[in-house]
Design a protein around this ligand. Structure first.
Ligand code: NAP
Length: 277
């Protein structure tokens, strides 16, 4: 009788010590009593392809991919999902039994699930969304807001041509606002998203005038250190429904864990505390 291999998964990046994924997946592995392991793997760019090809042979069922490999991995994976292609990066790999490496991006899923759970009465179709930032995270936000049926997405970024690039890719629902007039995009917006790194610990504060945000908007921030950013504190003070960014990190991890270990994990307060600790 052959003994079943212990399933292994992990996160690949460089550096990788900052990643909260090992704590997150470790919590679920313990919670569900799964005899598996989730390991941080610091892999240099020049070793990336060799390492990825070797992992399945070592007993890995999949992996997360983080900075700086999220884009390059697309060319290494044998199959890339449509949503990963649209977002332009891969954060979750599945090593299939037939030997194929499957690449997916679950950031948009994580963003949307977090918003739906954090503001259950959020209605994407009721009006425009205003999005700050045009980096990798903004791409995931745009694709999921469009999927959810938001009629118009106002987008502003310090470097305007990055926002214009996203407008070309994501189409006419995206309307670009100059960075100096970014405050204007809040007028009538029903969903407000900070997808820039402004407001994060160690980064400059978000300095856009926020007085145009109305109290019927749902406001969310992808930054989760601190948990309550300046944007969320302002939004809460005027009566908006607010959703912090930690949930996005937790929800984006669910599809990978389910595919690798066969259990759909739960997100509860214990998990949030374990990650924040
Ligand atoms: P990124 O690709 O490096 O993009 C950074 C964005 O922030 C760009 O739009 C950039 O504008 C803007 N920015 C940075 N410094 C700025 C400054 N001083 N003034 C104005 N704009 C500035 O990063 P990313 O991957 O999109 O991540 C963005 C944020 O989301 C990060 O804080 C990240 O931690 C967070 N995030 C959270 C989750 C989650 O699960 N909650 C998931 C992904 C990302 P320019 O284009 O002008 O440089």
């Amino acid at each position: 009788m052959t003994e079943r291999k212990i399933p292994l998964a992990g996160v690949i990046g460089t550096p990788v010590s900052h990643s909260r994924s090992p704590r997150l997946h470790g919590h679920w592995l313990r919670k569900y009593g799964i005899a598996g392991h989730y390991i941080p793997m610091d892999i240099a760019s020049e070793d990336l392809e060799d390492a990825i090809r070797l992992l399945p042979r070592l007993g890995f069922v999949g992996a997360n991919v983080t900075i700086p490999h999220k884009e390059r991995i697309m060319a290494i994976a044998d199959l890339v999902t449509d949503r990963a292609a649209l977002i332009g990066s891969v954060n979750t790999l599945i090593f299939r039994a037939d030997g194929k490496i499957h690449g997916d991006n679950t950031d948009g899923y994580g963003f949307l699930e977090n918003l739906k759970h954090g503001a259950p009465d959020w209605e994407p179709g009721v009006g425009p969304a205003a999005v700050i930032g045009a980096g990798g995270a903004a791409r995931a936000v745009l694709s999921s807001l469009i999927d959810a049926g938001v009629p118009e997405i106002r987008l502003s970024n310090r470097t305007k041509n990055r926002a214009e690039g996203l407008q070309r890719e994501f189409g006419s629902k995206v309307v670009v606002y100059d960075w100096v007039h970014a405050g204007n995009m809040f007028d009538g917006a029903k969903t407000v998203v900070n997808a820039s790194s402004l407001g994060m610990q160690g980064k400059p504060q978000l300095r856009i005038p926020l007085d145009g945000i109305s109290n019927d908007a749902v406001v969310t921030d992808l930054v989760y250190t601190p948990l309550e950013t300046g944007l969320l504190a302002h939004a809460r003070s005027i009566g908006c429904r607010t959703v912090d960014g930690l949930g996005m990190l937790l929800y984006q991890a669910m599809p990978g864990f389910e595919r690798w270990f066969g259990i759909k994990p739960e997100i509860d307060d214990g998990l949030r505390e374990a990650i924040l600790r």
